[in-house]
Design a protein. Sequence first.
Length: 712
Amino acid sequence: MTGAGVRVGVGTRFLYDGETVEVVEMVSTAAGNEVVVKDASGRQYRRVALKELLGCGCARVIPDGSGPSSDDDQEVAAVVLAQLTTAEQEQLTVRAAHVREVLTGYRSGNPLIAGPSEPRPQFGEDVALSDRYAAKAAELGVGVRTIERWVGKFQKFGEAGLAVRRDSGTSSSKKDDRWVETALEVMVEHTDQSRPSRTMVIERANARVVARFGAGVVKLPSRATAFRILEDLERGHPTFRLSTKRNRDIASRPEGPYGKLRPTRPGEYLLMDTTRLDVFALDPVTLRWVQAELTVGMDWYTRCVLGIRLTPVSTKAVDAAATLYQAFRPRPAGKDWPAHAVWPEHGIPRSLLIDTSAIDGPMVGAASPALAPETIVIDHGKIYVSEHLTSVCQRMGISIQPARLRTGRDKGPVERFFRTIREDLLQALPGYKGPDVHSRGVAPESEAFFYLDELEAIIREWVAVVYHHRPHESLLDPHLPAVKMSPAVMFEHGIARAGYIEVPRDPDLGYEFLKVEWRTLQHYGFEVHGRRYHGNLPPGCRDGASPYPDRGKGKGRWWPLHVDPDDITRIYLRDPTSRRWYPLEWEHARSMQMPLSEDALAFARRLAKAKYLYPDDRIAVADLLERWNLGLGSSMTERRMALRMAREDAALDLDPDGPTDPTGLLSMTRHGTPATVDAAQTSEDIGDDDAEDEPDRPDDGDDFYADALEYL
């Protein structure tokens, strides 16, 4: 046969398990047809079911060369036709109609759908085929040999044989592969270097070819040809365009397809990462412009954000631990959040009807679901690979999966979240400075009017109200690929699919994420960095010695105190006998209405040192509370006063060893002589539109504050 089929019978040869066999007998049984084959030596025979011989992957018919084969050089018809333009397709349709008219007398090839006046006399059935060729050639103005070639291709390949053939080769005859390989070698050498010019690569390739093969052995391409070769090599190894960092990332890609972890249920993988936000904020304690860093923990399967931590300037290991702790103990939802943004307690359905008067206290839901992560995916930052954090994860059974170095795509979902929050939220806030210096405004720090705690509250509410309930393109069920689900819906889908979730075993496990300070017990309590703490102690703690071994500082006198640097108003002591936790309160904590960090207290001490001759913590905290209450004022007048105080603080050098402004704003000497020009307005340039509060101030700065307060 000359078609795609082959006749299987006696004498048909197969390639079976790498061995050539020949059919010598056909056997028909009740179970089906079988064949007896012999090997090439003619000594071994085997009986094989014909179904197995034709269906298994280890057997293949050896063609006799009279029919088509998959090894032919002929391109697939679908590929040939798909390369044609619209004009070429129309030309192909017309040419095929002419060929069918030559062969059958009808342009459609079927007498049942004959056109008007068909068949024409010169293409009738009684006309010789050679005369039809001549008539069609005369009609189209081409040679008879052209018509014969068209007919031959049509009869062998169909309409695809009449398509315009494109030369798949390029200018391979004009270039030497040795020069191309050398040029690519030079380009690869510049992967980790600064971007070279094409001319330099060509000159180095020419010199290296001459030194390696000798002068005149390899034909050097012309300048235009060399530029075209480099353009082709640029597609495989980018070197001359876009950023060098992007080119290095492309060069470091694996040769095979990307692999990735595939989560199958909520809580299986928790992605953790930190990024610097593209927006300025105002520190409510120091009243300075600061840059903020956002640390998040995201469940990979559902894309739910389980932990959020906003820190000024830089992130510490305790911030990473606090973010991870939020996965165990979610933060409470806001009082004014809509109902769909509040996560109910696990086990309580959303449609449960109860009598609110029978509840002791208000019902407060969670801002995010509570999960006990099985594995956390982190980068190699010091805050994530600290001995304390890794040890606690080991104790709690949390695996740590570090990402590859400088490979952000290993944490792709959380990296995409950072872009989403920048494009959908941050760029609409005052103080937005853009993703890079090329996108920055004239003075974005002059618009920063949100305090750090307010900015964190805005981000939390946006995540709960918008992000968790917006469909994501990457969240879908393979059985329903057209249905895009939101993180909240994906969480319900994950519970229904897995049938369970991992929840925290004990809420007190969160204290283990806090850092430890070793101190001795005195008659007034414990003292940590000049702060005294007291409260209820474990039984026998005050009278007995410490059960912990000697640390080189005295036997049986030192106790481990767990301290949160972001809230020094309390420390925690664990009874080694009963395993119960005891909170100890700072002696000045009752005079405060909010947590106080170590950095804030250090700043308050420096302020008191510059103001008083003999300051102590009580005076420092009192002054700090006065400034803090002013900074947290919610009225327009109080906020303007906070801005003016920020500029006044920037103009005073309170302590040579004090903290510096990370944004590089106004800096002045002790005597008030300006050292640099402030990018923002000074306090004298700021007006006040509240005539009743300050009638003597000129009304010349309304626009700035009016715009800033639009977002509050």
